[in-house]
Design a protein around this ligand. Sequence first.
Ligand code: ATP
Ligand code: MG
Ligand code: MG
Ligand code: MG
Length: 437
Amino acid sequence: MRLSRYFLPILKETPKEAEIVSHRLMLRAGMLRQQSAGIYSWLPMGKKVLDKVGQIVREEQDRSGAIEIMMPTIQSADLWRESGRYDDYGKEMLRITDRHERDMLYGPTNEEMVTDIFRSYVRSYRDLPLNLYHIQWKFRDEVRPRFGVMRGREFLMKDAYSFDVDQEGARRAYNKMFVAYLRTFERLGLQAIPMKADSGPIGGDMTHEFIVLASTGESAVFLDKELLDTPVPGADTDFDADLSPIVTAWTSKYAATEEMHDEAAFAALPDERKVTARGIEVGHIFYFGTKYSEPMGAKVAGPDGTERPVHMGSYGIGVSRLVAGLIEASHDDAGIIWPDSVAPFDVGLVNLKVGDAATDAACEDLLAKLEAAGKDVLYDDTDGRAGAKFATMDLIGLPWQLIVGPKGLADGMVELKRRASGERETLSIESALARLT
Ligand code: ATP
Ligand code: MG
Ligand code: MG
Ligand code: MG
């Protein structure tokens, strides 16, 4: 992609409405445009990152055996009347009336709808286990939308729903999602710690929030330092095997948000293992048994032929919130530092003297070769000052900057900068290409 033909509306000024660094950087780097409170347009570079995050989430859901579907954003109020949540949900639900005066709503979550799909088709325990997910926009009319896409009103969520014949099956489904989440966040370059969450009237130990540590997190968190070194299961994990040892390794050590914090249990840890920090909720998994299947009549026949309500769990990941979370976790004074796995482009190619025949030719050649090798390149072919170009590249945070100017080229050399470390190296065109491909 040539910058001269791209749409990258960089802001010079720091927007004053943005209170946290990710929001400031997303606006400055031209990723985002606020349309109303908590409602955003994703500009090209923001959209690229959002898609990459969504794709990693998808791949790990698929790997764990979940199956992708797509449910609509607009739902009928009648479904929510069946579960009793239409009245309970309160003001966070955006309620809409259509031209026939039917009550509709913009979905804040999809338990009711997916339960309706399930009950329409599945009759027997033989069709289980089943886990259906989608990646779809949600709307919650948050009292205080803030921090950009971190707490939006319209936001992108991955939500999965598991169906099992009994609680034992549901625990296996839960463990699969638990492991899939560990893998997802690691692939995103994030350290997310599962922390026990409030199970409310359902009770039990099967609900965890996945929390990324960041100073701007909305919740105080308390954890055992050893969790920071607990290994994340590899891509070769067998999701049909018993995953409980992995889950136990993560859940037997202390980790809680302020809501669930147990001062006495935390105090029992040796001082050097006590970590107090702030955190961002990026995912939440929850077993809720027959809470929806019972009132909505989602039943399967068991091996003995008797029908019983199916056991369900739901599993959310805040895809759009993660984009902001990634920036909170990885930036410096100059701008964003994207992890390789979600960077909007792999390489920023900087032409220091547009119009100089040799420099232009070298850049064109590098662009062609990098693209042929499958690299996504943003080529700064604009007629700007070197300083401004470097500042833009640092701001947008691409993992590599390849800098090409007439002086270096005279000796056949270019410069390669790694954004994360700031390390710069002068090397031949061939070595630079070898390094990047
Ligand atoms: P929070 O405690 O931040 O309000 P929640 O517990 O209400 O989140 P869940 O119902 O658990 O959210 O939804 C699953 C995931 O969706 C959350 O873990 C979070 O990552 C994301 N999410 C929830 N609300 C928002 C929002 N307003 N903006 C962006 N992402 C959100
Ligand atoms: Mg909430
Ligand atoms: Mg929460
Ligand atoms: Mg939650």
